[in-house]
Design a binder for this molecule. Structure first.
Ligand code: SAH
Length: 372
């Protein structure tokens, strides 16, 4: 490709990042991710229609209505554990197209007092997705509040859910070199003129407690998400001040460990994470151990992580699937069963996706985390 064709194939965000890096030097992977996903004009969530078969990726609530329904019943149970408060926040972080909240509210109709008491709060930065959420929730007869930041959520007893939200929060990456750890940065490859990974010049701060020499070797990568930790801390502060419980579902690992999990997806296909920023969804595995530690330090009771498959089965996935199949034709019943299989089978989403819950310590253990 000649220079002009090369420049024409760049996304507007790539142009801007290249200009910025030329002026100021390499940026962190976290800053790259934050811009690629959240840039107010060209960020992926602001400018694309990411979710669903027509989009770039599909999530559990989009695959099966049972996912949101079981979570709705879990929330009603948690509300009763809280003493059935007459007013509380029902918060979803990153609601996408609003499908899970719609399913939650439909299942919760079993307890009309729950729905009457709930102030639905949606934390969403994308204007496009807010419009979709508003349309979808119209029939549910709730008047949602939208928040840009966690700090904008009203102080009140709260039930909080987040599905595939933490995986899109920016991560820092550190690379082990002979003399210790250096931050992995995004710079410009002098030969191709394209974005490329480079090593930061200064050692990583000792305060991060990165794995020791005996636990890692040169070339290893360790990921650290300050943003995910801050969200976990903010959630637990709200729960400890006002009461309530949170449920976080995402793909990731139980224990902090080494490995590069940064990935980009477009039209259901993996892409190199530094190609086409703004056009691709960029995510990383969630470090559940790190979240659990933050929550415990903030005084919350932590349950899990358990696998998504086990969690859903404990909440009655198969029973609900069979109930839904009753009276349906063969094709519809197959679709229901295959949706349930995709969200819970270990070889599909059941094992890689984990579920963790944080609670005000005054509450009993939540449903779904222990075999009865
Ligand atoms: N929970 C949905 C969508 C997951 S995609 C589902 O399961 O289908 C991630 C969602 O988080 C999108 O709605 C995106 O716009 C939102 N989001 C990403 N980063 C955010 C941030 N920092 N603050 C608020 N919302 C964010």
């Amino acid at each position: 490709m000649n220079d002009r064709a090369e420049a024409a194939s760049r996304t507007p965000l790539e142009e801007r990042l290249i200009e910025l890096i030329r002026l100021k030097g390499p940026i962190t992977v976290a800053d790259y991710m934050a811009d690629a996903l959240g840039h107010p004009h060209d960020g992926y969530y602001m400018s694309q229609s990411p979710i669903g078969t027509e989009g770039d990726f599909t999530t559990a609530p989009e695959i099966s209505q049972i996912f949101g329904e079981l979570i709705g019943l879990w929330l009603v149970d948690a509300w009763r554990n809280m003493g059935s408060p007459s007013s509380f926040n029902l918060i979803e972080l990153g609601p996408g197209r609003g499908v899970m909240m719609e399913d939650i509210l439909r299942a919760a109709r079993l307890r009309p007092e729950f729905t009457r008491a709930a102030q639905v709060c949606l934390l969403e930065t994308s204007g496009r997705l807010r419009v979709e959420q508003q349309k979808r929730l119209k029939a549910s007869n709730v008047k949602p509040l939208w928040a840009d930041e966690f700090a904008d959520i009203p102080p009140a007893p709260s039930l909080i859910v987040a599905n595939e939200f933490f995986d899109c929060l920016p991560i820092h990456q550190f690379e082990r070199v002979k003399s210790g750890w250096r931050e992995r940065m995004v710079g410009i490859n002098p030969d191709t003129g394209k974005l490329d990974f480079v090593l930061g010049k200064t050692p990583a701060p000792a305060s991060l407690n990165l794995p020791g020499d005996d636990e890692s070797e040169p070339g290893d990568i360790f990921e650290f998400s300050s943003a995910a930790r801050e969200f976990a801390a903010d959630i637990c502060k709200l729960l400890s001040a006002h009461g309530g419980r949170a449920l976080i579902i995402d793909y990731g690992h139980r224990e902090s460990g080494l490995g590069d999990t940064l990935q980009a997806v477009r039209h259901h296909q993996f892409q190199p994470p530094l190609a086409s920023p703004g056009l691709v969804d960029i995510t990383a595995h969630v470090d559940f151990e790190a979240l659990a530690r933050v929550a415990m330090d903030a005084g919350a009771a932590v349950h899990g992580p358990t696998t998504q498959g086990q969690f859903l089965e404990r909440l009655g996935l198969n029973l609900r699937a069979e109930m839904l199949c009753k009276g349906k034709g063969v094709a519809k019943a197959d679709e229901i069963r295959s949706g349930a299989y995709r969200i819970a089978a270990p070889e599909k989403m059941g094992e890689i996706f984990k579920v963790i819950s944080f609670s005000n310590p005054s509450l009993p253990a939540p449903a779904g985390f222990d075999d009865l």
